[in-house]
Every structure is written in structure tokens, then in C-alpha cells.
Design a protein around this ligand. Structure first.
Ligand code: ISE
Length: 288
């Protein structure tokens, strides 16, 4: 059993020749810099979302991978490894509901984190739904409109712990995302996709319907680790397997960059009260 060796910096760990690959689960604002060190050292890296908290830093990661001509980065959008979301994607890709026209995401946390700021709802929470929407609808965002609400009095008055995001997609598709981190009753995520021949919504894993004391109820988990534990394990297993097979899997740095572009447009729309156009650059060849 390898012993854990403490080091004085992420760089010392990454450059250690005994280290083959890196998982980044540090505070969000450190993700991009540590990822860039991994790319410089040509070390594969699984970076927890968000890829960065500044679009300029996310752009540097894209430029570094393009310069290296290698996709070394996977971003931790673990819903892509969640069995209900995978079943949803497979049914859509089989054409079960015809052409997908509308994505309806709901993302509720029971309580906002203590250091919750105005951008947290988008960089830390809604960024998952933005990626799910891109992944399931296979379409890019053209415009966003965001309205926010301050619900929990414990949350900083300048922050918004509830937001309704409306998105227009290339090709005429639409999307709505409800992001609400002070729901108090529990943790719930859903992602309905409406097509021109039907609609589809994932069922929640290992849920039971309890009939008791004159009520019918389904319990919901307290927070995301309980709901997505298997998704995180699947994500890690697929990542390690991809390293052994020298393939790539899951969300790449371009997905992380694009999701952040949309999250930034959401923050701009929240601040201005106006719709904001999203300009997504041409995808570099290595991400095709
Ligand atoms: C957290 O960091 C996660 O990634 C969870 O999936 C999300 O539901 C939560 O809102 C975030 O704070």
C-alpha cells in the first residue's frame, strides 16, 4: 500500500516522475493554473468543474493543449457517467423522441455553501446543467436570458440562490434551467428532453415509492454525493481505463471552456437584465 507523501506545492507533486496522472479537486480558482502545469508536464489530468473561474484562463488551457497537439484534460462533468443520464442520452441518440427541441433542466441543492457569491450559482452549479444540455441536445447556445431571486436570508444579499435561465440554441432548439441552491427539502436534479415525436425524462436510480400513514412518498438525498456517488466512481474508472488504452473519454477542455463561456453570459444577463448573445469560437481540430 503506497504511503501518502505530503508536498509543499501542486507543482512539486505534478513534476514528480513517479506521478503518471493528476486529479484536481482543489478550490475552483486554482483549477486552470494546476491544469496548465499538468499540460506542460504532459501529464493526463481529470480537473473537477469548473475548468477555470476566468474565461481567459480557460482559453490558456485550450491554447496549451493545441500547442501540445494532445487532449490531456478531462473535465469532471460526472453526469455524463450517471446511469439515468446515460439512458436518456442513448434513447435520444436512438431517435426515440424524434428531433430534440427543448431541454428542461432542474438543479436543486438543499443549502447554499457558506462562501456563496453572485457567480457561484453559475460556475459551481448551473455549469453542470449547461454541459448536460450541450451533451444531450448536441447543440451550441446562441443567447441566454437570466432572472435571479434572493431566497435564503442567510445568503449574501448580492448573491442570487435561485435563477431561471432561458437559452436559445443553434438550429432553433430551446432550453430552460432552474438552478436553486437553497431548496431546503433535499437534493434533486432532472433533465427532461422534449422532441418532435415525444418527451423523455430520466428516472432516479434506486428510488422506492413508500406508501405509509396516508401518504405516498419518495425520499430524496440530502446532497450531490449521495445522488451521484456511482457517477463519480464510473467517471474515475472510465478515465483510468482511457489512460491505459490511450483514448479520451467524457468532457474535454473545449467542453469546459464552452460551458464557462455560457456561464459568463448568464452572469452578464443576470446583471443587465437583458438577453446576452453567446459567441463560441470555431472548435480547434484536436477537439473534433
Ligand atoms: C457541487 O460542486 C457539485 O458539483 C454538485 O454537483 C452541484 O449540485 C453543487 O451545486 C455544486 O456546489
Amino acid at each position: 500500500m503506497r504511503q501518502c507523501t505530503p508536498v509543499s506545492s501542486a507543482e512539486n507533486l505534478i513534476t514528480d516522475e513517479s506521478v503518471d496522472a493528476v486529479i484536481i479537486a482543489t478550490p475552483d480558482e486554482t483549477h486552470a493554473a494546476i491544469t496548465l502545469t499538468c499540460i506542460e508536464e504532459r501529464k493526463p489530468v481529470l480537473c473537477e468543474k469548473p475548468l477555470a473561474t476566468a474565461i481567459t484562463d480557460a482559453r490558456k488551457v485550450i491554447e496549451a493543449e493545441c500547442a501540445a497537439q494532445r487532449r490531456l484534460v478531462m473535465v469532471g462533468f460526472m453526469r455524463r457517467f450517471d446511469s439515468p443520464h446515460l439512458a436518456l442520452k442513448e434513447a435520444i441518440d436512438r431517435g426515440e423522441i424524434g428531433r430534440p427541441k427543448l431541454f428542461k433542466g432542474v438543479h436543486r441543492n438543499s443549502e447554499a455553501p457558506s462562501d456563496f457569491k453572485r457567480e457561484t450559482l453559475f460556475y459551481q452549479s448551473a455549469i453542470h446543467d449547461i454541459d448536460s444540455m450541450r451533451w444531450l441536445m448536441k447543440s451550441e447556445v446562441e443567447e441566454v436570458t437570466v432572472r435571479g431571486a434572493h431566497v435564503d436570508p442567510k445568503v449574501d444579499a448580492n448573491a442570487r440562490d435561485m435563477a431561471l435561465i432561458t437559452l436559445s440554441l443553434r438550429g432553433g432548439g430551446l432550453a430552460t434551467i432552474e438552478a436553486y441552491v437553497s431548496a431546503s427539502y433535499g437534493y434533486e436534479v432532472s433533465a427532461e428532453v422534449v422532441g418532435d415525436e415525444g418527451t423523455i425524462i430520466p428516472t432516479q436510480p434506486d428510488q422506492v415509492l413508500i406508501r405509509t400513514k396516508g401518504a405516498r412518498l419518495v425520499k430524496v438525498p440530502e446532497e450531490w454525493l449521495a445522488r451521484f456517488d456511482l457517477a463519480y466512481i464510473n467517471e474515475l474508472n472510465h478515465w483510468v481505463k482511457s489512460l491505459m488504452e490511450e483514448t479520451t473519454v467524457g468532457a474535454n477542455a473545449w467542453d469546459g471552456y464552452t460551458a464557462l463561456l455560457v456561464a459568463d453570459a448568464c452572469i452578464q444577463s443576470l446583471n443587465s437584465g437583458q438577453p446576452v448573445r453567446v459567441s463560441i469560437p470555431e472548435k480547434p481540430e484536436i477537439y473534433h
